[in-house]
Design a protein around this ligand. Structure first.
Ligand code: ATP
Ligand code: MP5
Length: 249
């Protein structure tokens, strides 16, 4: 977890009146996933963290983010499969900030085969969806095809996040394919630069929080997107250097 990513999750949970607890997989500075200076925790540590939060807490839903190696994927997969963690929202982090893949082939294969099918909702970017389904996405039809392929892997609900690179300058459109086969696009005006950080984590964290609050998946996704829209329009200037989405919009 970079120093701001985890906080974006917890700030979102708090605003949504959900009590958040965490299992840390790693520690690194913002934007330094690719550096060798970060710390990747052991599977044993992750097991113990799960043990401690599951001892006495009822977990209503669970967000899974950065998992940089096979051992951590296996540890989290086992916990999600064997423990009572509620619906799983999987936010794949498959590339570091330089665009290099994070997982080696064995770990990636495990991720796709064993972790993705456990997800109630998966929220890849277009690049992450391309990596998982194994073909390039250059059109709306490709996005829809990729979402169906992800459903084919076993994930129940898919949200593929838009990208202005693929969709033009004005709008950004996320595509949603639900378990029952219903699908829709969530369209938003592309917010002007500079972009506040935290949108990625807040989107999946908000879906997770809404599921914990008992919302149906479609409502959880729609509410989360509205939350991102509002939070992106009202940039929060924290000190001199941090431009964050505004969780309290
Ligand atoms: N420029 C933008 N204007 C409005 N919404 C955006 C913009 N960029 C991304 N979003 C929305 O934010 C959500 C998260 O998308 P994504 O993970 O691609 O963002 P990101 O730019 O990587 O986020 P961040 O760097 O802030 O964590 C999606 O719902 C996406 O549509
Ligand atoms: C631990 C971690 N690393 C990277 C990102 C992606 O962030 P962004 O969407 O800003 O690239 C993230 N959400 N969490």
């Amino acid at each position: 977890m970079g120093n701001r990513y985890l906080q974006a999750d917890l700030n979102t949970f708090s605003v949504k009146r959900v009590y958040g607890v965490t299992v840390l997989t790693s520690i690194f500075s913002d934007g330094e996933m690719s550096s060798k200076d970060g710390i990747v925790l052991s599977a044993t540590s992750v097991d113990r963290q799960f043990g401690s939060i599951l001892n006495g807490l009822h977990i209503s839903s669970c967000k899974v983010g950065y998992l940089p190696n096979l051992d951590l994927i296996t540890a989290v997969e086992q916990a999600c499969r064997n423990q009572s963690v509620g619906p799983v929202v999987l936010d794949p982090i498959l590339f570091d900030e330089t665009g290099s893949p994070i997982l080696d082939d064995t770990a990636f294969s495990k991720y796709v085969t064993d972790l993705i099918p456990l997800a109630n909702v998966i929220t890849p970017t277009i690049e992450e969806a391309e990596k998982i389904v194994g073909f390039e996405i250059t059109s709306d039809d490709d996005v829809i095809h990729a979402a169906n392929e992800l459903r084919g892997i076993g994930v129940q609900n898919v949200l593929i996040k838009g990208s202005n690179e693929h969709q033009g300058r004005d709008n950004i459109r996320d595509y949603v394919l639900l378990e029952d086969g219903d699908d829709f696009w969530l369209t938003d005006k592309h917010a002007p630069f500079p972009q506040p950080s935290g949108k990625d984590d807040a989107l999946s964290a908000c879906i997770t929080a809404e599921l914990a609050n008992g919302q149906k998946t479609e409502n959880a996704i729609r509410t989360a997107k509205e939350f991102i829209t509002d939070a992106t329009r009202n940039v929060l200037q924290v000190g001199d250097s941090i431009e964050s989405i505004n969780f309290w919009s």
